[in-house]
Design a protein around this ligand. Structure first.
Ligand code: AMP
Length: 146
């Protein structure tokens, strides 16, 4: 493994939050998961949910940590919705700098949306799925997942 990987992982700000070296507004913690308020919220209640396992991107996360996040994510979403008063919210998870990931420790954003635009703003430049191309991609994905 690239030696820079461990250095990078040991220096993420989220690892320092997990260890208590840097403070946070904690909203949930168990043995595998921590959730806290985002320091630069897109809207009131913007919350981050992170595994304690130091994986940079979702595809690198163990099944155990993924399951631990999956178990609490809906509960945290319900709490964010109830406390923020938002009727709607986005769950965002960025992987890699092209995908706007800034902190290389897996995290899920829960972002309440409000009338008037507070919340996640996004462009959704949808194309059209060509049937032949779609069949090919789906077949290759099934093969990869076997
Ligand atoms: P991303 O672009 O998906 O990597 O998002 C990283 C998020 O981490 C941003 O929304 C930041 O505001 C947030 N963030 C960075 N440092 C802290 C911190 N010390 N406490 C809470 N949130 C943070």
């Amino acid at each position: 493994m690239d030696p820079w990987y461990n250095i990078l992982m040991s220096e993420t700000i989220f690892l320092k939050i997990i260890s208590g070296e840097i403070p946070c507004h904690k909203v949930y913690e168990d043995e595998s998961v921590l959730a806290f308020l985002d320091i630069g919220p897109l809207s009131p209640g913007h919350t981050l949910i992170i595994p304690k396992e130091p994986a940079a991107t979702l595809g690198e996360l163990s099944d155990e940590s993924s399951a631990a996040i999956g178990r609490v994510l809906p509960r945290i979403c319900r709490a964010v919705k109830a406390v923020s008063g938002a009727s709607d919210y986005n769950v965002l998870q960025n992987n890699g700098s092209l995908a706007h990931q800034a902190v290389f420790h897996v995290h899920f954003h829960v972002i309440p949306c409000f009338e008037g635009g507070e919340g996640l703003q996004m462009k959704w430049n949808s194309g059209t799925l060509d049937p032949a191309r779609g069949a090919d991609i789906a077949e290759r994905l099934r093969e990869e997942l076997r």
